[in-house]
Design a protein around this ligand. Structure first.
Ligand SMILES: [Zn+2]
Length: 177
């Protein structure tokens, strides 16, 4: 986690010249259970972070006020302000990639939920208990339908492997017996 904070501090220093305008605040988004009010990351499975006071750490490293937010909720706000959701009072946004998330905008406001985890559809149990999720539970949507889960299932079915597993880039056709 220290390397991430250091990288943010280096980036801020590089992007903002010493003689340039003063930065009012920084926004940092990441996947997981993020508490914007306290600035803490309760749990981020991809980063394997638990109870990280990220906003405080970034503020200390950069000297700039910092706000953190869940990446999908931030994306939902961006779509509401500038993108496909502009002019639409209520919509739902679904992201599918390394994780599966859902942002909800109701009556022009991004919904966080009572516990700040609205839209966490990636960890709904859908069966397939033989598939372990990054959160540690079995059968989550992400364990079945995320990019990595689909690639892994394709590998199992076809026997194909990627040369990246061996330092290359092209797919490797499985050997026939
Ligand atoms: Zn999960």
């Amino acid at each position: 986690m220290g390397s991430v904070v250091s990288a943010i501090a280096r980036l801020v220093k590089r992007l903002v010249p010493a003689q340039g305008p003063e930065i009012h605040s920084l926004g940092v988004t990441l996947s997981g259970d993020v508490d914007r009010c306290t600035g803490a990351v309760h749990h981020s499975p991809f980063l394997n972070w638990h109870g990280v006071e990220l906003a405080h750490l970034v503020e200390r490293a950069t000297g700039v006020r910092t706000v953190i937010e869940n990446d999908v909720r931030a994306l939902t706000a961006a779509e509401q302000w500038f993108g496909a959701g502009a002019g639409i009072s209520s919509f739902v946004l679904v992201t599918i990639g390394a994780g599966i998330g859902c942002g909800i905008s109701l009556d022009g406001r991004v919904v966080s939920g009572a516990h700040g985890v609205s839209g966490e559809i990636g960890h709904l149990p859908v069966g397939a208990v033989d598939r372990i999720c990054t959160c540690g539970n079995a059968g989550c949507v992400e364990a079945v339908a995320s990019t990595q889960a689909i690639v892994e299932q394709a590998r199992q079915v076809t026997g194909w492997r990627h040369r990246a597993d061996h330092g290359g880039r092209r797919p490797v056709r499985p050997r026939r017996a």
